[in-house]
Design a binder for this molecule. Structure first.
Ligand SMILES: Nc1ncnc2c1ncn2[C@@H]1O[C@H](COP(=O)(O)OP(=O)(O)OP(=O)(O)O)[C@@H](O)[C@H]1O
Ligand SMILES: [Mg+2]
Length: 455
């Protein structure tokens, strides 16, 4: 049975000594022993227990400083725990945070050999795979340069290329992939998928809700060094996002809630199947959209206005209630007002919704240029509203607003605001479509009749 378990952590803890002043570290070295303590202990991990069966893909999520990297390092043995036990069965290839793994003075080629042999390949095996590793990393001539000359992206490319070529039983990835460019990330995720298909256990830390939901069978949520949720990715991500956007005063309460209502632990495939209907039932009871004070964009940008100004951009439900945490599939209205200090001609207004990475998810204008409002007099105020059904995937989105008018031959913005408001779409456990936007796809699945055999 235990060979079916890839990783088991039992009451795992990790405490770091923290010195109030730099010279206290020295004093501690000079006077060891329990009587003289020049430090206090900081618990980066506390009483963490879980079991990961072979072949499972597990996402680890949590706020910055919650203990994710510490946990991975203890599991991989690059850090030792200070309490509890860790059991790991199988060959582990790890991509930990930058800095771990390669020797800076050696070239890329030398590091490939060092690294792959540490991971258990023979020299001949590395010889056989070297070209393929170099091709995957795709860093050209740099493979012959010392690793200290690499950009962080090149470093990650090479480290990942090695990790996937040693045929690991367990692949551990700590967010490192976020450093690579998008094309490389796609390539890596495709490769992780292959490694999964081959039956390996995959453990990775990610801040991307979409990636965890798409890729993982299970997710663990760490907060303040404690494991506060363990279960189906959509549910765990839901809790994580609540913690992420919670006002400081409500954190402790939310954490308690998460712990008091643990998402069913998915120890194996059987319990995974059992847990799914329960999760869906919970989603049916359904959250209602609400307003979260703390969801305020930090990147708002206003272009110099020319005679008009956009005021109070916000989202409401159709009956006028202000919201910014949305339940997918329902209708909302994006509203703002425009105050005209000067008269304007040929007026129309627009909006845009963008993802965190800047992808334009959806935009709209109030009319074509031909049908623009012919005249708006000075002192007037316009109320602008864009009603929409929210078909976006779970995640955070930013809103733009703009008012256009005819100026001479062309059109120009009288006022334009970027990232004036933000909103979050809650994960929907029942969602069958994937990708950024749902298009009301109607899936069908039936047993096809085998016509060739008939008659
Ligand atoms: N060597 C160390 N000495 C003291 N404290 C440490 C040490 N390493 C980590 N910590 C602390 O332990 C806590 C957990 O750190 P860790 O790096 O595991 O967080 P994380 O969840 O990976 O965060 P992030 O999302 O920012 O990567 C942090 O508060 C960090 O300051
Ligand atoms: Mg980390």
């Amino acid at each position: 049975m235990s060979s079916e378990v890839a990783i088991r952590a039992t009451h795992l803890g990790k405490a770091f000594p923290v010195y109030a002043r730099p010279h206290h570290r020295l004093l501690q070295m000079l006077s060891p022993g329990p009587a003289n303590r020049w430090y206090r202990e900081f618990h980066a991990l506390r009483d963490v227990s879980f079991e990961i069966p072979r072949g499972q893909t597990v996402g680890i999520v949590g706020r910055n400083g919650s203990g994710k990297s510490t946990l991975l390092q203890v599991l991989c043995g690059t850090l030792s725990g200070s309490a509890g036990e860790v059991e790991v069965h199988g060959r582990v290839a790890a991509l930990l945070e930058l800095g771990a793994g390669f020797s800076p003075e050696f070239t890329g080629r030398e590091n490939v050999y060092l690294n792959a042999t540490v991971l258990g390949l023979s020299r001949r095996e590395v010889d056989e795979r070297f070209d393929s590793i170099a091709a995957f990393a795709d860093i050209g001539e740099f493979i012959e340069q010392p690793v200290k000359t690499y950009s962080s992206g090149m470093y990650v490319r090479l480290a990942f290329a090695v990790a996937i070529h040693v045929e690991p039983d367990i692949l551990v990835v700590d967010e490192a992939l976020a450093v690579g460019d998008e094309a490389f990330q796609r390539k890596c995720f495709a490769r992780i998928e292959q490694i999964r298909q081959a039956g390996a256990t995959v453990l990775f830390v990610s801040h991307s809700a979409g990636t965890v939901i798409e890729l993982c069978d299970r997710a663990l949520l760490l907060d303040g060094g404690e494991l506060v949720a363990d279960g189906a990715p959509k549910q765990v991500i839901g809790l994580y996002q609540k913690l992420l956007y919670a006002p400081a005063g409500r954190l402790a309460e939310l954490r308690e809630q998460a712990r008091a209502n643990p998402v069913a632990a998915l120890a194996g495939q059987e319990s995974a199947r059992d847990a799914a209907p329960a999760a869906e039932a919970a989603a049916d009871a359904g959250p209602e959209p609400w307003f979260d004070e703390s969801l305020r964009p930090a990147s708002t940008l206003a272009y110099a206005a020319q005679g008009a100004s956009i005021e109070d951009p916000h989202l409401t439900t159709p009956d006028g209630r202000r919201v910014n945490v949305l339940v997918a599939g329902r209708e909302y209205v994006y509203r703002y007002q425009v105050r005209f200090e000067q008269a304007a001609a040929g007026v129309r207004c627009g909006m845009m919704m963008r993802t965190v990475t800047g992808i334009e998810a959806c935009g709209a204008v109030t009319s074509t240029p031909e049908q623009a409002l012919p005249v708006v007099e000075a002192g007037a105020r316009l109320a602008v509203a864009f009603r929409f059904r929210c078909l976006l995937a779970a995640g955070v989105y930013f809103l733009n607003a703009g008012v256009l008018a005819r100026l001479g031959e062309g059109e120009a913005y009288l006022d334009r605001r970027i990232d004036v408001a933000m909103f979050r779409v809650l994960p929907d456990a029942g969602r069958l479509d994937t990708g950024l936007v749902g298009m009301d796809v109607v899936p069908a699945l039936a047993r096809a009749l085998d016509e060739g055999v008939a008659s």
